[in-house]
Design a protein. Structure first.
Lengths: 688, 215
């Protein structure tokens, strides 16, 4: 049977219409949900089940495109008179990101049926359902857009709907503030994107991506400026430090299923832009761009995880981990861009494969972790880790899935985080070994070291997040009374957890699929660089160049089994006794707290955190017998205080100055008009 | 002959604009606007006859009936209702205003010579007149405080634009002209109502008091 026939038989619909059908379906869903506005359970089911179907369709379209290594083109809207059209293209790269989106959007939508059904959100069901559909549709369009106008339209739609969802619980000032901050920062970013696309459009005389992103359209300094504009624009969305400050505010403010989508996919829209435009759209990347991307990636990774360590709000902690993972993705991308600049296609391919692989992995495990966090937050009514404890006994399934996610994000084999981080390491190590350029020799070891540090710190952070939340005794009434989430919320988590395992065990399959995506990017040779059978990866570079997570996993399990067997053989007797409480009563107050757990790291990285602490002892009789001791530790919000503080003040000062123009007097405004008209008339005089 | 009539009417419109600048009594200002609109009507009729463009008769009829009669009548009624008859204190006194307006006319005329001559050979005079009227209208809006005067100034600007449209290009399509007429009527109605509201709130028609609304 020929390949084409097989494809046609495998997919129930033509991929050329798959995306359009999905978008049309979403429109229909939105209409029906609007009709069912008052009946929240109907609205919920229609919106989220419908979204699942639409996402599956998009995912199938993307999978077909990837398998056939072809691309699908189409037109969304055509204005006949002017010949202006909004068009889309699903090529390899788009398809990869569409798959990432679908893989996460399906479980999130299912989870939302249960999550948004909670009395806390139920009355907003229709709102969340509708905006969710608009949002996912907008992201699909962002990934598929084939011209700058469609792209910017979808991009703005995505930004606006996200802001609306962040402000779902608009009664609370914090949430409104987070949404506002997100809007302002995103619009500065979009402004940069518009400027960049307009410059390119002026140079190429077209708005379609195939012309805009064809490469060397402008001179070298102008390319540098364009890179800066696009990096700023996409970096804001991706949450690259120091453009990240909206992220830890917006993620906790949104309903958890939306946070999962934001963290899993929305910030990846920034990565998509960086790959599509900065790395492959402006001609061969210049060396300085690669260096810049590696540097900002390293900074984001390390600072992201360091700040995450100090968070005791579960969702904020996860949000900072998103910054960290964006950093890891950028490290791979930056290594790839530097290698491209040096003409090392093999290293470049490894770096880019690693970063795209990590895009999917991060979406899966961060989606899983956020969904788990959503279940926990719903069950306990708080986001503070210090209030949890002992949840594993009360929510065993949530605990299990959260543990899988925590292990994956910590990069433990055989889970998926390991595979992509291993590839990123290989890009750095192999690049270092096989090239003689001084910059590579300087930066690649540093990049690798930062990645190693990041991974280790992430593991520490998730030991804290899992241990303090799920183990030991409950620290509050709420945690003690927690109930396991309903099945509709657990099944999506199970799905994502299984994906974490599957994507880790079969890295070869993923890399082969990625080969289809990479084929559309100029200057790469992934197939040659990474030979892969289903279970393992081999780079063909000599020693330590291949890995098979399944073997590593088996070795770990085997070692554990052997150790158990040896202990049993040695005649160890299992004794079951109560935990020793140092002679006192065993309560939650004797437990290790999250603050205490992260304290040593706070001391080690004092230079970064610049902590301030306050100890206050309240004594009645003698200072030696305090009745109550209060401890408060804060880390300095460096970027907020030293970068955005001065910036904000400067903007406000300017606004204050502009206020003079806006005097509120009708005559002044009219005077502006007449001055303008007379000036224009005089200009005509001088010209003519 | 046709050209002489056109230039005479345009000059009449410009003179009425000047008189409006020099006038403090609101009733007289409205009558001046009425006269200005009548001149505009004559311009339209002249062109309609000389080029046998029959749709311009409709335009002329509408100009005379709406701008020459209906709008002035409505504005006078507004003034009667609120009982304020004089522009008391403009930002600039009359002699200074007239001097500046002369300057604006010079600018407008000088610029108009840069335009290519139209078919009739009068285009440049018409454009010069119209530009001067437009600038004078804007100037009136800036320097006068009474809301009624500002409405009149706006209508003067509108007449100037119309003069160019009719006199130089032999008129826009009738549909467009009808649309503009409706716009003008609506604007005057709304502004008239607004004047009532302003007087209600502030016990005065002085728009500079609107600055108090600013937070």
């Amino acid at each position: 049977m020929r390949r084409g026939e097989w494809n046609r038989r495998m997919t129930p619909f033509d991929p050329a219409v798959g995306l359009l059908t999905a978008l049309a379906l979403r429109t229909g869903i939105i209409a029906v949900t609007l009709l069912a506005w008052r009946r929240s359970s109907v609205a919920r089911s229609v919106a989220f089940l419908g979204s699942t179907i639409a996402s599956v369709m998009t995912g199938l379209t993307a999978a077909t495109v990837l398998r056939a290594s072809s691309s699908v083109h189409g037109v969304l809207l055509m204005h006949r008179a002017s010949g202006f059209s909004l068009s889309y293209t699903v090529d390899g790269l788009s398809a990869w990101f569409l798959i990432v989106l679908s893989v996460v959007a399906v479980p999130i939508a299912l989870f939302s049926i249960g999550y948004v059904g909670h009395p806390h959100f139920a009355r907003r069901s229709a709102f969340v359902g509708i905006v969710f559909n608009v949002l996912v549709g907008a992201v699909e369009l962002v990934f598929a857009a084939a011209d700058a106008i469609t792209f910017l339209f979808a991009w703005e739609l995505m930004t606006l709907t996200t802001a609306a969802l962040v402000a779902t619980e608009h009664e609370e000032r914090v949430n409104r503030r987070a949404a506002y901050q997100y809007l302002v920062m995103s619009h500065v970013g979009t402004g940069c994107l518009m400027a960049g696309f307009l410059i390119l459009a002026a140079a190429s005389g077209s708005v379609s991506f195939s012309a805009l992103l064809a490469g060397d359209l402008v001179s070298a300094p102008a390319r540098d400026a364009l890179f800066a504009l696009f990096f700023l624009g996409f970096g804001v969305k991706a949450g690259v430090i120091p453009l990240h400050v909206w992220l830890p505010e917006a993620h906790p403010a949104a309903p958890t299923s939306i946070s999962a989508l934001m963290s899993g996919v929305l910030i990846k829209a920034g990565i998509y832009g960086l790959v599509r435009v900065c790395a492959f759209g402006l001609g061969t990347p210049r060396l300085s761009w690669g260096v810049f991307v590696v540097a900002s990636g390293g900074l984001s990774a390390v600072l992201g995880v360091l700040y995450a360590l100090m968070q005791h709000d579960l969702k904020r902690l996860l949000a900072y981990h998103s910054i960290e993972n964006i950093g890891i993705i950028l490290l791979g991308l930056g290594a790839g861009m530097m290698s491209l600049a040096y003409g090392r296609r093999d290293v470049a391919s490894i770096g880019i494969v690693a970063s795209l692989y990590h895009v999917l992995n991060h979406a899966v495990f961060k989606g899983l972790l956020f969904l788990g966090a959503g279940g926990v937050v719903m069950a306990t009514g708080t986001r503070q880790i210090e209030q949890f404890g002992g949840l594993l006994r009360r929510m065993p399934w949530t605990g299990l899935f959260f543990l899988v996610g925590a292990m994956a994000i910590s990069g433990l084999p055989p889970l998926n985080g390991f595979a992509s981080e291993w590839l990123t390491f290989q890009a750095f190590l192999f690049g270092f070994r096989s090239s003689a350029e001084p910059l590579v020799h300087l930066l690649f070891p540093i990049g690798g070291a930062l990645l190693a540090l990041t991974t280790a710190l992430a593991a520490a952070c998730f030991v804290k997040a899992f241990g303090i939340s799920f183990l030991a005794l409950p620290r509050s009434r709420a945690a003690a009374d927690a109930q396991e989430s309903p099945a509709v919320m657990l099944v999506p988590q199970a799905f994502l957890a299984a994906l974490c395992v599957g994507l880790g065990l079969f890295p070869g399959v993923v890399v082969r699929v990625l080969g289809g995506a990479m084929a559309t990017l100029p200057g790469l040779q992934p197939q040659a660089a990474i030979a892969a059978d289903s279970l393992g990866l081999a780079l063909g570079l000599g020693s330590f160049d291949h890995v098979a997570p399944v073997v590593l996993g088996a070795a770990m399990l085997g070692g554990f089994a052997v150790a158990t067997w040896v202990t049993m053989r040695a005649g160890a007797v299992v004794r079951r006794v109560p935990t020793w409480g140092c002679g006192g009563e065993l309560t939650a107050r004797t437990e290790y707290t999250a603050t205490a757990f992260s304290k040593p790291l706070m001391m080690i990285f004092r230079a970064v955190y610049r902590p301030t602490r306050e100890v206050e002892a309240l004594a009645e009789v003698s200072p030696y017998f305090p009745r109550e001791v209060r401890y408060r530790a804060e880390i300095e919000p460096t970027f907020e205080r030293y970068v955005y503080g001065p910036l904000l003040r400067a903007v406000l000062r300017m606004a204050e100055g502009m206020k003079v123009l806006q005097a509120g007097s009708l005559h002044t405004y009219l005077a502006y008009v007449i001055v303008l008209v007379v000036t224009l008339v005089l200009m005509v005089w001088w010209r003519g | 002959m046709t050209n002489d009539v056109l230039i005479l009417c345009a000059a009449g419109m410009l003179v009425s604009a000047y008189l409006m600048v020099g006038q403090k009594a609101l009733f007289t200002a409205i009558r001046l606007y009425s006269a200005q609109s009548l001149f505009l009507g004559i311009v339209a009729i002249t062109i309609a006859i000389s080029e046998s463009r029959h749709d311009l008769f409709v335009t002329a009829a509408l100009t005379v009936s709406l701008k020459g009669i209906l709008i002035p009548w409505f504005l006078m009624r507004v003034i009667d209702r609120i009982g304020i008859h004089r522009e008391i204190e403009p930002f600039l006194n009359v002699p200074a205003s007239l001097l500046i307006c002369v300057g604006l006319t010079v600018v407008g005329y000088r610029v108009s010579t840069g335009f290519p001559e139209g078919a009739r050979g009068v285009s440049h005079h018409l454009i010069g007149t119209a530009l001067s009227m437009l600038l004078i209208g804007l100037f009136l809006m800036v320097t006068r405080k009474k809301a009624i005067t500002q409405i009149l100034a706006l209508l003067t600007v509108e007449n100037a634009v119309f003069l160019v449209a009719v006199g130089v290009t032999s008129g826009m399509p009738l549909v467009v002209e009808l649309g503009i007429f409706f716009d003008v009527i609506l604007a005057v109605l709304i502004l008239g109502i607004l004047v009532h509201r302003i007087v209600d709130r502030f016990e005065s028609m002085d728009v500079s008091r609107l600055a108090k609304l600013k937070g």
